[in-house]
Ligand binder design. Structure first.
Ligand code: ADP
Ligand code: MG
Length: 498
């Protein structure tokens, strides 16, 4: 197929040129090659399936890990005039879902949550339509030894096979060599083309500040939120802290602020997201539930109140700043003891040794693999599993069942798997902590972590190389505000400007 891709980009998407990697990935897809693409956050990975969606016959299926992400992508397509795009997820009413499933072949883009793709009636229907491209977005979620493993993603290899191995594109912003290989193996790709680009975001200055206490971190947040040019996102590991801080910032009149976390109902979440997107909010105090794929290109700062659990997560989260290419800053605050919170969050995601014991008991006493799916609530209650722990256990065990492994063996495998995951998580947290506490160019260390070298010298690189605070400061202070902030400004300059 001979298409002038640049012309198509200009006419259909009104972008003057491709960003790094986009044309290569699109060409690879149009040549019919299964493709794995690692492009930094904000590059425009969605375009890599949007353009083939118009140039190939049939429906593009996109698997996406989060509801908010799907919603965002569908809206983005609709804003560009695409009516044949929809998301199939547990949000939809029965009738809406039936409607989409019946007329599936009339859609150009269909987004699915992975658990939707486990439903027989959906797979059956998908088999009947012409799938032009099968896209796995945020494909690093496949990696069992990665930082953001989603058990439901493990099924995608089987789903692909059931659908007759459609042409496949896996997209992610953060994947080293091992993760790329794991993606290929889980998706059961035999031959594939891969495009891996630097994770570096030269327009984002980076700083990690070692604060003396929890309270001093809070004080930092207030002063920084007041001084920095927005809009901005402040990340917290705790829902409660996000809400509390949002209330305080709002009360002090520092900006139009809202909280965002996974426990809010979906309507409110979408509302906050939309208000932020459309400039009706200046600040979001969020948990990591906010942002994957959020399409706001003028975020000027991202602050972390708590350390993320892995460098990969940090790169993803701070990468939400400066998508427009303009100067932005990412600041991470750390107080001694913060790592303990990180360890305990990580541990909570997996069952304990005792809980695994109980899972084994339940399987032998209550009926084994064949009733696992119907009676999962009974298992969760018996073993005292939370939703996340339960999902991990369920997916793992059902996979073992499919492989023909007996219950007792499967529980042993699960025990080993959990021990391994725990070790990986601890290692990731330690790496994150080392990055915060060690001196030396922060950008270089992140690049080295992803097996890259720092090639260029960057102005406003990091706090270790020196940051000119004024570059990121608001311009419009009132004289009173200026007076009040002056001391802080000098202080910040003293830590950031080396
Ligand atoms: P990613 O998934 O890589 O983080 P997205 O696909 O969400 O990024 O795109 C980020 C933003 O970049 C979107 O607003 C999109 O419209 C824009 N974009 C994509 N490609 C281009 C391009 N070639 N030129 C300008 N803007 C682009
Ligand atoms: Mg994306």
């Amino acid at each position: 197929m001979m298409v002038d891709l640049e012309k198509f980009l200009r006419e259909k998407f009104h972008f003057p040129s491709f960003r790094q990697g986009q044309k290569e990935v699109i060409s690879s897809i149009l040549e019919g090659k299964d493709t794995i693409a690692v492009l930094p956050t904000g590059t425009g990975k969605s375009l890599c399936y949007q353009i083939p969606g118009y140039l190939l016959q049939g429906t593009v299926i996109i698997v996406s890990p989060l509801l908010s992400l799907m919603h965002d992508q569908v809206e983005q397509l609709q804003m560009k005039g695409e009516k044949r795009a929809a998301a199939v997820n547990s949000f939809l009413s029965f009738d809406e879902k039936r409607e989409i499933i019946q007329s599936m072949n009339t859609y150009r883009f269909l987004f699915f949550s992975p658990e939707m793709l486990e439903r027989k009636e959906i797979i059956q229907r998908l088999k009947e339509i012409n799938i032009s491209l099968f896209v796995v977005d945020e494909a690093h979620c496949i990696a069992q030894w990665g930082y953001d493993f989603r058990p439901d993603y493990l099924k995608l290899g089987k789903v692909r096979r059931q659908l007759g191995n459609p042409l496949t594109l896996a997209l992610t912003a953060t994947a080293g060599k091992d993760v790329v290989e794991e993606i290929a193996s889980v998706l059961q790709l035999d031959h594939w083309a891969q495009f891996v680009y630097s994770v570096d975001r030269p327009n984002i200055a980076m700083a990690a500040i070692h604060c003396s206490s929890f309270n001093s971190k809070k004080e930092y947040i207030e002063k920084m939120a007041a001084q920095l040019a927005g809009p901005g996102i402040i990340y917290f590991s705790s829902r409660k802290m996000a809400e509390e801080m949002a209330r305080e910032l709002e009360k002090k009149g520092i900006g139009r602020t809202a909280a965002y976390h996974g426990e809010m109902d979906s309507e409110n979440r979408i509302l906050v997201q939309q208000q932020f997107l459309h400039g009706q909010l200046d600040l979001i105090c969020a948990t990591s539930a906010f942002g994957m794929g959020i399409n706001k290109d003028n975020v000027r700062f991202v602050i972390h109140f708590h350390m993320p659990l892995a460098i990969e997560s940090y790169v993803q989260e701070m990468g939400r700043a400066g998508r427009d290419g303009n100067k932005s800053i990412a600041i991470l605050l750390y107080a001694d003891g913060d790592d303990q919170l990180a360890y305990s969050i990580a541990e909570n995601e997996l069952p304990t040794e005792g809980q695994i014991e109980r899972i084994g008991e339940w399987l032998s006493d209550t009926g084994g693999f064949s009733v696992l799916e119907q009676k999962k609530e009974s298992l969760y209650a018996y073993a005292g599993l939370n939703e996340i722990q339960g999902r991990v256990a369920l997916h793992f065990l059902l996979n073992k069942w499919e492989e023909g492994i007996c219950e007792t063996e499967a529980v042993n495998h699960f025990r080993q798997f959990v021990a391994m995951r725990n070790e990986i998580k601890r290692k990731k947290i330690n790496e994150m902590k080392r990055w915060i506490l060690e001196k030396g160019c922060r950008r270089e260390k992140i690049l080295n972590y992803f097996n890259e070298q720092k090639k260029i010298k960057i102005e406003n690189c990091c706090d270790c190389c020196g940051i000119d605070w004024k570059t990121f400061r608001r311009q419009n202070f009132s004289p009173e505000e200026r007076q009040e902030l002056y001391g802080w400004e000098k202080y910040l300059a003293s830590i950031l400007l080396k």
